[in-house]
Every structure is written in C-alpha cells, then in structure tokens.
Write a protein that binds this ligand. Structure first.
Ligand SMILES: [Zn+2]
Length: 236
C-alpha cells in the first residue's frame, strides 16, 4: 500500500522514495507527496530525480484503482527508472499551493451557498461548484462578501477520520452528490473548518483560510436545467 504523505502534511514538497513499478510511461512509488487526480482536484506535476542525477518530468498523477497504486505519469520520450531504484520526488509547489487555496475556497463557498452540490472542479486559476438552486438565489456581491469574510476570519482547517459506518450514519457529511468519498480503507477522511464546514474530502487544503487570499466570483451561470455554476478565482 502506497504511503500518501500529503494526507498528513499537504505542505510537504518533496520526499525520498523507492520505485515499486514502472510501465507504460508511469512510475509507482512506495510513498509519495504527489496528489492523484480526484474529488475535482487535478493531479500534481513535478519531477523524479534519480541517484545518478537524471531528472524525469511528471506531467500528471492518477490513481490506478485496479492496483491501488499512485501512477506518476512521465512526459513523453522519458526512460522510466528500474524497479527498486531510489529517487527524490518533488511536486510543482506553486501549482499545488494554488490548488490547495482554491480547493479550500470551495469549502467556504459551500458554507455561503446553502444548497445541494452536484459537482465541482478545481484548476490552477479558478474553481467552481455546481449547485441545485434557483438562479435568483445566487447574488454575486453577496457570495463574494460571504466567502471573503470567511477568508479574512482566519479559520483553521483540520483533518478528521471517521469509520465507514459513522459516515453511513451521517449522510449530511457527503456534500458533493457526484463525488463518492474515498472509501475502502474502513475509514474516511473529513475536512473540518470548525463552525464553517465539515464534509468528506480526500483533497489537499491550506491550514488557515487567510492563506487563500482575496476571492472574486468570476461567473455565475446556468449549466443545464438543475445546475447553477459558481466560479471563483483568486483576486491577484
Ligand atoms: Zn476538500
């Protein structure tokens, strides 16, 4: 079982690791700081540096559900390392930190817009949630001041683990209807922003909401009959 170091410390930028498999331009490690795409958050990019100094470019990270491995996808034409090779895995921190800021911003958006969430997605420069709500209920200025007040309040975030059984007993903890919480280990990870938001989430978040920075509601638009999409971006 691969050790997912970002779950306990999302601020870890690099780690030493050993190659457990390498095939089809993808490398699996025994431990990693790379976040695999999931829950609307993109996979990390970065580099794998071998002991001989050779550096391999990682363009994306995916979870292989069949083998339960985290696959570090190499840029084309790169020769994968041998199984057993030791290396240093390092993520593109600026990109990941923007994902963490915008991901945490979506939790704040959940607290401001009180409606069922039907989907969501995070990119480097913007993030959105889809709500099942009437258009008239979504007022740009009100949402913007709401999320920025929560940013400025400096709320701390924390990770809480519950058993699968506890989660089944608390369906309110699953906010995003289209994204099943990561199960299979007998326990599920929750992200808590005390007094603001609590929900099942496997992504990476900032420790303090002030780290997000000022937010802008970039767009509110209708996406089909039920979905109203609210898109946030970071002001600067
Ligand atoms: Zn989250």
């Amino acid at each position: 079982m691969v050790e997912l170091l970002y779950r306990d410390d999302p601020y870890l930028k690099a780690c030493e690791a050993t190659v457990v498999a390498a095939r089809d331009g993808a490398v699996a490690l025994d431990r990693t700081v790379f976040y695999a795409m999931g829950g609307g958050q993109p996979g990390d990019s970065g580099s794998l540096t071998l002991e001989d100094g050779r550096s391999l470019r990682v363009v994306d990270t995916r979870r292989d559900s069949a083998s339960d491995e985290v696959l570090h996808l190499l840029a084309p034409e790169q020769v994968p390392p041998a199984t057993g090779a030791r290396l240093r895995a390092e993520i593109d921190w600026t990109r990941r930190h923007r994902h963490m800021r915008l991901h945490t911003a979506l939790h704040l958006l959940c607290a401001v817009v009180r409606a069922p969430v039907t989907g969501g997605r995070i990119a480097e420069d913007k993030a959105h949630l889809d709500f099942d709500i009437e258009m008239e209920m979504l007022v740009k200025a009100k949402i913007e001041s709401g999320v920025n007040a929560l940013v400025d309040a400096g709320h701390r975030t924390r990770t809480v683990w519950v058993s699968d059984a506890e989660l089944d007993a608390r369906p309110d903890l699953v906010k995003t209807m289209s994204v099943a919480p990561p199960r299979g280990e007998g326990r599920v990870r929750l992200l808590e922003i005390p007094g603001v938001d609590l929900q099942a989430c496997g992504g990476t978040h900032v420790a303090d909401t002030r780290e997000i920075g000022a937010l802008v509601v970039a767009r509110i638009r209708s996406e089909g009959r039920r979905n109203r999409r609210v898109t946030l971006s970071i002001a600067q």
